[in-house]
Ligand binder design. Structure first.
Ligand SMILES: C[C@H](CCC[C@H](C)C(=O)O)[C@H]1CC[C@H]2[C@@H]3CC=C4C=C(O)CC[C@]4(C)[C@H]3CC[C@]12C
Length: 243
């Protein structure tokens, strides 16, 4: 069978690539770089590092014509609902099992956010959330997590997930259609790379999406009472209440 992508699919992949093009930009000097190069990172440092990725994910969404067609409310609801899931997917691509930490592509490998940082987060949730992340890392096999475009499509499947908070009828149609579109495009893209072999991803993707939901719905308490609220950036505090 011929698994070549057609012109429309190739063009859609170009739009996706362009939206994600800023994800690996160098960190700004000052606070961002400082937080990432610090030795003993506090939960506050972690939040200020998360802020970088969160802002880049917001910028990514705004580069998607289809996202901009939605109402302000709809856009906010999608970002609110999908942010932690998208961060977690980003985390899988930046996590190094050998060193046990997350790295950023633009700083030398000696700088990392150690996964051990979970030990300084909220008792009672930190251990199970660390385990869930590591389990999720293992579910997304090497081929998928090393393929930037596949990961970008997975993030868009998560961003455009039908969510009850999306009220506007047109928004709901857009979200539903884009969720299905990006799911189909990911499968076609993987087929164009692996042919019949791509069937092995078919059960992995729904499983990964389910795990992301569980991770995201259990993250809220993680930083509670562990962060210096004056020093933490505002955006992460919307997703991880600190008091
Ligand atoms: C991807 C990110 C490291 C690279 C950051 C850098 C600016 C970049 O994106 O290139 C790491 C640092 C902290 C990690 C979260 C910590 C706690 C977490 C708690 C969970 O329950 C799920 C996973 C997250 C959100 C981690 C996802 C990946 C993050 C954002």
């Amino acid at each position: 069978a011929n698994y070549q992508l057609n012109i429309a699919e190739l063009r859609e992949l170009d739009v996706v690539r362009a939206a994600f093009s800023g994800m690996n930009d160098p960190l700004d000097n000052g606070k961002q770089k400082f937080a990432f190069m610090k030795d003993n990172k506090t939960p506050t440092d972690i939040m200020n590092i998360m802020d970088i990725t969160m802002r880049r994910l917001v910028k990514m969404a705004k580069k998607l014509p289809i996202f901009n067609e939605m109402t302000q409310d709809g856009k906010f609801t999608l970002l609110k609902g999908g942010m932690v899931e998208m961060l977690t997917v980003r985390g899988v691509t930046r996590y190094d099992e050998q060193s046990g930490g997350w790295h950023t592509p633009t700083l030398p490998a000696q700088y990392q956010v150690p996964i051990k940082m979970f030990d300084s987060l909220k008792e009672g949730v930190r251990d199970v959330q660390k385990e869930r992340f590591l389990q999720f890392f293992r579910v997304l096999n090497e081929d998928l997590r090393k393929n930037e475009l596949a990961i970008d499509l997975l993030m868009l499947i998560v961003l455009f997930k039908p969510r009850p908070g999306v009220q506007d009828p047109n928004d709901r149609i857009v979200v539903e259609r884009q969720h299905n579109d990006f799911t189909a495009l990911l499968h076609r893209y993987l087929e164009s790379l692996y042919g019949d072999e791509s069937r092995r991803f078919n059960e992995m993707i729904p499983k990964a999406l389910k795990m992301l939901e569980i991770i995201s719905s259990n993250t809220a308490m993680l930083f509670m009472g562990k962060v210096n609220k004056e020093e933490a950036e505002a955006l992460p505090k919307e997703f991880f209440p600190v008091e």
